[in-house]
Design a protein around this ligand. Structure first.
Ligand SMILES: Cc1ncc(C[n+]2csc(CCOP(=O)(O)OP(=O)(O)O)c2C)c(N)n1
Ligand SMILES: [Mg+2]
Length: 891
């Protein structure tokens, strides 16, 4: 528009008047139609009309179309002021303890009204007739949420006083953490960006449940609160296109545009609201801007020449921030004062009046109108861009100041001003204590508060810990995978898993609850057979005849499809998994998600979401497919995963396995179902699956317990040393595909060197370590009692000879159990960058193959004096190993 000048104002006037008439007589839809016709006509004639994603820098909803806030605005103001006070009090009181606890004041101060209007009028708690709305609250606004819970009598003063002192179980959590407050918080949001993307997939998952007839979710809404600075995280906006494509009108984003992040302005030189408007409009969202509060309405109504709007549009956020960090006189001089005519318009207003010109995000009426419009909007998700002031009410110590975010101390004088500004009945002589305030029970305020919440179904947030249990199938149900593969048949653990999934999907108790999730890799894992069988979920079904419709396994999209096909989008798929994995809590409908991905693009790519999955108490299965640094051989450095098992091991409630045989996978999945779905334990599973084909033995008798605990001796090799047996002996450990190299090494040791080896399959070094830690800790704390033995010691204690482990993961993985191995322990692993080659070459390169295992075993025996060192040199030579080969992690 900047390059366009009004060369004929009279003609312009005529067109505008004509439009006014259409608007008045025939309404906005007709006006919209005519404008689109005109634009289309101009474009077809060849005129260049660049797309403009922005609307004017004013509220989207004009005052005359605002839905009016019901209820008593004055009481709501009082209640909101009290919430503000208590939120500040809990942080300041915590700050006095000198425990270096931290806490935030400025963020909630800017967001208080945005939350308040939602709590008072919109967000429904779960009841018999309504499943409840799901609200993702901004993490560091938690003091405000606690302050409201305190007012409602859900938290005590003592709990507020223990904010951020969680260790002794009396305090309340710094941020929303379901792990730490499982009856209260539903969604971990404080790692910025994870809230918005989770909310999008949550809204879509509600649709999925409805589409499949598993729950009634049509009335439920997902609300997500986020900071304007947070919008720079790729996760915040990365999935907004999906929300629009799916027409998620059950989703509302509220972006608190206080123009500041932690260090300073979000867009000092621009306008974050306009930038976000363009992004969201372009993506197909309904955008509602709430920029100016009601005090601006008369000024805007009189802005016939557009000068005020011009000034509003040209000022950048850095200026807007500064205006609110100063005072009315400053705003008069520097905002209005830029144009004498504009300054004249506010001449009759006092500096206080000018200061009172409020921002939309602090005006409950404007916010109510925006929320009401969002609730009614159909066919699109809505984003509300609300302009606020960071540190609102903090005055000189923080309001609009760059240091606001981390301001957690206020001198008594600032506290006094805050009290006066919000009219809190705390006497002067009590001010230094910063006492909490709750109006007496039975007061009009308390009655009002309780009535509002009870009409919305009860308090929020609240979290359901358990839902109905699902009965896990018995292990025998998986017989086809428990038995040895037929003579001459070779399969991979991925194929074994797909068979297990097929069995589960047919199970009458749990089949319908299974949610297979894939990020465009079904064919990689041989799962394309499921497309036809289950259908791929699509809100609109299938509007086209698929190219392969004449095939048995055609690409079938369906309104009640069971598969979630997320495209090349691991974070989105992870969020779908989280939504399904917490459906027991959010929807009272337990679901069993199986999300199968390229293992390298799982824990490494989306690790923060996986961490949040632990926090959120997710229950489900993550399958890292084509795993193993040397097993996924032809792909190379960015694909070949040798550390996801280490990454998963750091999540306390993630149970990880690296199985070798189909029966191990079956035992693990069956027990996972039992623990998560039947016993409702808050754990989730990470299982690596490989694409190497080989024959599989059947489930050895008595092996089940050892598989689950993490190690068991392979029966063909397992013999206790006979009395008087003096021959050298070693214990060989392995997992995943490399266990087969270990088995081969045992044969080499026997045939080439006369050494006997017991071979142990170790499906979980991580579970072994946890068991060992528990034993060691118990022993530390019970010095005078009989020491407990770790499971590793129980297994290896009665055996003979040094211990050698080899896996397809970095050494850290098998090294986890070193403390519990009762004898000499040597570990091989795939430290270094992967590369493309044959499996044999890669296993030689990374020094984890049968030859290296044999050499390491001989070396260990030599160190024990069981064989001469010369034997090791001989073995190196025999197996063609170049001792001067560079270390694999250096090249
Ligand atoms: C992924 C991540 N990075 C950094 C932080 C640290 N952090 C917490 S709040 C914050 C600033 C938030 O600014 P904004 O999103 O604008 O929210 P406001 O407090 O202004 O409402 C930062 C950097 C975090 N919590 N998560
Ligand atoms: Mg901000």
């Amino acid at each position: 528009m900047e390059r366009l000048q009004d060369v004929d104002p009279l003609e312009t006037r005529e067109w505008v008047d004509a439009l006014d008439a259409v608007l008045e007589i025939e309404g906005p839809d007709r006006a919209h139609f005519i404008l689109e016709q005109l634009v289309d006509k101009a474009r077809r004639s060849g005129a260049y009309l660049p797309y403009r994603a922005n609307t004017a820098y004013i509220n989207t909803i004009p005052p005359h179309l605002e839905e009016r806030l019901p209820g008593d605005a004055a009481i709501e103001h009082t209640l909101r002021s009290i919430v503000r006070w208590n939120a500040v009090a809990m942080v300041l009181r915590g700050g006095k303890k000198d425990l270096e606890l931290g806490g935030h004041i400025a963020s909630f101060a800017s967001a208080a009204t945005l939350y308040d209007v939602g709590f008072n009028h919109f967000w429904r708690a779960p009841t018999e007739s309504h499943g409840g709305d799901l609200v993702y609250m901004q993490g560091h606004s938690s003091p405000g949420v606690y302050a409201r819970a305190f007012l409602e009598g859900r938290l005590t003063e003592a709990q507020l006083d223990n904010f951020r002192q969680e260790v002794d179980g009396k305090g309340i959590a710094s941020y929303p953490h379901p792990w730490l407050m499982p009856d209260f918080w539903q969604f971990p949001t404080v790692s910025m960006g994870l809230g918005p993307i989770q909310a999008i997939y949550q809204a879509r998952f509600l649709r999925y449940l409805e589409g499949r007839g598993l729950a009634k979710t049509a009335e439920r809404r997902v609300w997500a609160f986020m900071g304007d600075g947070e919008m720079d995280e790729p996760e915040s906006m990365g999935a907004i296109g999906m929300a629009a494509r799916e027409g998620l009108d059950n989703l509302v984003f509220v972006v608190n545009c206080n123009l500041q992040r932690l260090d300073g302005p979000v867009r000092g030189n621009g306008k974050i609201i306009q930038e976000l408007e363009a992004d969201f409009r372009g993506a197909g969202w309904n955008v509602i801007k709430v920029i100016w509060g009601s005090y601006w309405d008369p000024l805007l109504a009189r802005d016939n020449d557009g000068l005020l709007l011009k000034r509003m549009e040209e000022a950048v956020d850095g200026e807007y921030q500064k205006f609110k960090s100063r005072d009315g006189a400053y705003v008069r001089e520097h905002f209005f004062g830029k144009y004498p005519e504009l300054k004249a318009r506010v001449a009759s207003m006092s500096d206080e009046d000018i200061w009172r010109l409020n921002r939309g995000g602090h005006d409950p009426h404007k916010i109510y109108a925006a929320y009401a419009a969002a609730m009614k909007h159909e066919g699109q998700p809505t984003v509300i861009l609300a302009k606020t002031v960071k540190g609102y009410g903090m005055g000189a110590v923080g309001e609009g100041k760059n240091i606001a975010h981390q301001q957690k101390k206020m001198p008594t004088e600032a506290v006094r001003q805050f009290r006066d500004r919000f009219n809190i009945p705390i006497p002067d002589d009590k001010l230094s204590e910063i006492p909490y305030y709750r109006p007496p029970e039975g007061s009009p305020e308390m009655k009002y508060l309780r009535e509002l919440r009870s009409s919305l179904g009860g308090s929020l947030p609240q979290r359901r810990r358990k839902s109905r249990a699902l009965e896990a199938p018995k292990l025998e149900a998986f017989k086809p995978v428990l038995d040895a593969t037929a003579e001459g048949r070779e399969i991979s653990t991925t194929m074994a898993f797909v068979r297990i999934l097929g069995i589960l999907l047919k199970d009458k108790n749990v089949g319908r609850n299974v949610v297979p999730i894939v990020p465009d890799e079904s064919r990689t894992f041989g799962m394309e057979g499921l497309f036809r069988q289950l259908g791929i979920y699509s809100a609109v079904g299938q509007l086209y005849e698929p190219e392969d419709s004449d095939q048995l396994m055609f690409y079938k999209e369906d309104k009640n499809g069971q598969i979630l096909q997320e495209g090349i989008n691991e974070p989105g798929a992870m969020c779908s998994w989280m939504a399904a994995a917490t459906s027991y809590s959010n929807n009272d409908v337990p679901m069993i998600p199986f999300y199968i991905f390229y293992s390298m693009f799982g824990l490494q790519r989306t690790g923060d979401l996986v961490w949040a999955s632990g926090d959120i108490r997710a229950r489900g299965f993550l399958l890292g497919g084509t795993a193993g640094r040397t097993t996924l051989n032809g792909e190379g450095l960015q694909h070949e995963d040798g550390h996801s098992q280490v990454l998963s091991s750091v999540i306390p409630n993630c149970v990880s396995y690296d199985p070798t045989f189909g029966y191990e996978v079956a035992v693990i999945v069956q027990d996972g179902l039992r623990r998560m779905m039947q016993e409702q334990e808050d754990v989730f599973y990470y299982i690596t699956l490989m694409n190497e084909n080989y024959p599989h033995p059947g489930l050895p008798e008595g092996a089940r317990e050892g598989i689950l605990k993490g190690m068991y001796r392979l029966p063909a090799t397992g013999r206790a040393p006979a009395a008087g047996d003096k021959s050298p002996r070693v214990q060989l450990l392995g997992s995943g595909t490399i266990l087969r190299e270990v088995i081969a090494a045992a044969e080499l040791l026997k045939s080439d060197w006369g050494v006997t080896a017991d071979v142990w399959s170790c499906p979980s070094f991580t579970e072994l370590r946890r068991d060992g830690m528990a034993a060691a800790r118990w022993n530390l704390l019970h010095p005078t009692e009989k020491p407990r033995l770790s499971y590793v010691e129980q297994c290896l204690g009665p055996t003979k000879g040094p211990v050698v482990a080899s896996t397809d993961y970095i050494r850290t993985f098998a090294d986890q159990i070193r403390e519990f191995v009762p004898r000499r322990y040597k570990v091989l692993g795939t430290d270094g960058f992967g590369r493309s080659d044959s499996r044999d070459n890669l296993r030689r390169f990374f020094e984890v193959n049968r030859h290296y295992v044999a050499v390491a075993a001989l070396r260990a025996l030599a160190e024990e004096g069981e064989v001469p060192m010369a034997k090791v040199a001989e073995a190196l030579k025999k197996y063609g190993i170049d001792p001067e080969k560079p270390a694999p992690w250096t090249v």
